[in-house]
Ligand binder design. Structure first.
Ligand code: NAP
Length: 281
């Protein structure tokens, strides 16, 4: 059984943990597969029941790893997957979702995201998402890598107000969204999912984090994670395939950064003073 973590509320009224698990790079190598499954299962045990995956990751391999990890405990998990922009037409979304469901070994995705914007009109993708909702194949939908103007545009299409989240790059080294996208989202009650919260591992090696980490008896990765989750309405989805990392990430939730810590981190990683285009990887 999983233990419960602090939650944030999606616009639909569902509470989801503020700390989940990413899966990018999982499913690439058969020899690492069982370790990845073990890591995800441990994360679920520790309450990190929101799992983020995508049809793109390992060309479906990450969804298969996720499917294996959630087998027999589907009800404990809040499952997030993503459709590629090249599949974002009405028929493309339908086909892609069926394939994802099969790989995940489930009959529904809790939150289905458009991975990033492509050439398909937003209204067509949203209509397809709404049709999938009607069929019970997804419960909710959202977007990823949308800047503030994209979110404004989305709000203007039919059913666009049903968006549940925007998943964007957010960590100490990439914090442009602090300027406008995060306040915009908070004002509207739309939680943001912070991807690459540890900078794809780079922040573990950043000496600028060392003094704060030392004060808390924590690692740099834990401070980076605690920082992304310091404000309401942000869900962090670190990817960890080692059990020690999974445990450290769970423990990062218990770190309370002080005003001194935050000020020191602001000096080391200055907040944006003007609008910057949304970064993505
Ligand atoms: P990340 O979570 O910032 O970093 C992952 C790296 O950090 C891995 O090498 C991992 O190592 C290491 N790590 C994890 N926890 C650690 C800890 N406590 N101490 C030290 N090292 C630790 O990067 P990410 O995978 O790019 O981002 C997270 C998730 O966000 C992805 O997996 C994916 O689900 C999602 N994402 C979405 C998009 C999008 O366009 N929507 C883009 C990128 C990522 P081990 O694996 O060896 O444990």
């Amino acid at each position: 059984m999983s233990s419960s973590l602090p939650t944030t509320r999606l616009p639909a009224g569902i509470d989801v943990p503020v700390l989940g698990q990413g899966t990018w790079n999982m499913g690439e190598d058969r020899r690492r597969r069982s370790d990845e499954v073990v890591a995800l299962k441990l994360g679920i045990d520790l309450g990190m029941t929101l799992i983020d995956t995508a049809e793109m990751y390992a060309s479906g391999g990450a969804e298969e790893v996720t499917g294996e990890a959630i087998e027999g405990r589907r009800e404990e998990v809040f499952l997030v997957s993503k459709v590629l922009p090249s599949n974002a037409s009405r028929s493309g979304v339908m086909r892609a979702c069926e394939a994802s469901l099969k790989r995940l070994g489930t009959d529904r995705i809790d939150l289905y995201l458009l991975h990033w914007r492509g050439g398909t009109p937003l209204g067509e993708t949203v209509a397809a998402f709404e049709a999938l909702k009607q069929q019970g194949k997804i419960l909710h939908w959202g977007v990823s890598n949308f800047d503030t103007d994209d979110m404004e545009e989305l709000a203007g299409v039919a059913s666009g107000e049903a968006v549940q989240t925007n998943q964007v790059l957010y960590n100490l080294s990439s914090r442009g969204v602090d300027f406008d996208l995060l306040p915009w989202s908070r004002q509207r009650g739309i939680p943001v999912m912070a991807y690459s919260p540890i900078g794809q591992g780079d922040l573990t090696r950043d000496s600028k984090l060392a003094p704060v980490a030392e004060r808390h008896g924590a690692t740099a990765a834990q401070i980076a994670l605690a920082w992304t989750m310091r404000q309401p309405g942000v869900i962090a989805i670190p990817k960890a395939s080692r059990p020690g990392h999974v445990r450290d990430n769970r423990a990062a939730l218990d770190i309370e950064l002080t005003e001194t810590d935050i000020a020191e981190l602001d000096r080391a990683f200055p907040p944006p003073s003007r609008k910057r285009p949304l970064e993505m990887i």
